[in-house]
Design a protein around this ligand. Structure first.
Ligand code: F6R
Length: 368
């Protein structure tokens, strides 16, 4: 059942290339993005003037990533909010608001209540869900299924990558309906997405190296994670994985915030993960992060850097370097998240914890 692995989660990490590929199947036909199960018509997508993404936990981190792609491709404002906060603050919603509710289980009470609130306010609701026929898709106007198969490990891994993928489909469908991207651009993005599973598989090939690094840090009290732009939600997700699996204090920061407080935490020997953006993307992002690494290294941090292969500029500042294949900036999280999942799982195992069933957590949280 566990496919030769000790834990479901380790199997699920390995299944990620397939989950991304399966989530894309059938969504591009006759030169167009198709959101199947869709009860939202192109006309309704054209009328959207604002997008809210609501979710919890890892699904919320996938939502944070959706913002970068949807805003970039559609020029629509996107707000991402924790489902548990959303309905208590009187968000501004109307019939031209699209609410995207992301939930692996489709049963999360906070997210379900956010969906109900959005519907009461006449917003259109699109669910991104991994569980056929669950409550959240049933109550939504439309659903886009992540097709990564049941996720048994309590900590979300393959569902997270599939959710990111589904978000891209929503962004491209909106861009297509609204004409903010030409059909050939949409086709090119889809082709790029289709080529991501083999790059995810390449990242998995370096799992042993990540495990070796993890064992060196298995008994430290704290690990920090830094990223910028799409690397920031990845940093948050890396920290969440470590908290929930290894019961370790971990925090993710936007690297630019360092000097506004968190840099005070840096001390001799503190391990800090840094998610480097592609050097082929915006040069300014890359150089800003380089100077962040330099700053923390000068204060004694032990840096574990995730960077694109061939990015030699980071070498002098990386105590440990984890290389990932090259990818367009928006798609890099599909790669950079994977070493962080493996790291957390290995630390948890080294500490003797049950990776599939972390203490105090449930796979689906059906109470608010
Ligand atoms: C983290 C994790 C949780 C879930 C969250 C939302 O690894 O599994 O944070 O992501 O409880 O669950 P769903 O996506 O089922 O609504």
């Amino acid at each position: 059942e566990k496919g030769g692995h000790d834990y479901f989660m380790l199997k699920e990490i390995q299944e990620q290339p397939q989950g991304v590929a399966d989530t894309l199947i059938g969504h591009f036909a006759h030169g167009k993005i198709v959101l199947d199960e869709q009860r939202l018509h192109d006309q309704e997508l054209r009328e959207v003037d604002k997008v809210f993404v609501v979710a919890c936990g890892s699904s919320y981190h996938a939502g944070l990533l959706a913002k970068y792609a949807i805003e970039h491709w559609t020029r629509l404002p996107v707000e991402v909010e924790l489902a548990s906060e959303f309905r208590y603050r009187d968000p501004v919603l109307d019939r031209s608001t699209l609410v995207v509710a992301i939930s692996q289980s489709g049963e999360t009470a906070d997210t379900l209540e956010a969906v109900r609130h959005a519907k009461e306010q006449k917003a259109r609701v699109l669910a991104i869900c991994n569980t056929n026929g669950a409550q959240i898709p049933r109550e939504s106007d439309a659903v886009l299924y992540t097709r990564t198969g049941p996720e048994i490990g309590v900590a979300s891994t393959k569902a997270f990558l599939a959710q990111i993928t589904a978000n891209f489909l929503v962004g491209l469908a909106l861009a297509q309906a609204r004409g903010t991207k030409y059909p050939d651009e949409v086709a090119r993005e889809f082709a790029e997405l289709e080529s991501m599973p083999k790059r995810v598989a390449q990242v998995l090939e370096s799992a042993d190296r990540v495990r070796e690094i993890a064992r060196q840090f298995a008994h430290v009290p704290t690990v920090l994670f830094l990223g910028r732009h799409v690397g920031y939600p990845v940093a948050l997700e890396g920290a969440l994985k470590l908290k929930e699996l290894a019961y370790m204090h971990a925090e993710g920061f936007a690297a630019g915030e360092l000097k506004h407080g968190p840099i005070a935490l840096i001390e001799d020997g503190l391990p800090v993960f840094v998610v480097m953006p592609s050097p082929k993307g915006r040069a300014v992002l890359h150089s800003k992060l380089l100077s962040n690494i330099r700053e923390i290294q000068a204060r004694g941090a032990r840096t574990i850097v995730i960077a694109e292969e061939g990015d030699d500029t980071v070498r002098p500042f990386a105590d440990h370097l984890i290389e990932i294949p090259s990818a367009p900036t928006l798609y890099q999280p599909l790669l950079s998240t994977v070493p962080l999942q493996i790291f957390a799982a290995e630390v948890a195992q080294a500490r003797g914890y049950d990776v599939d069933k972390p203490r105090n957590l449930a796979k689906s949280v059906t109470v608010e």
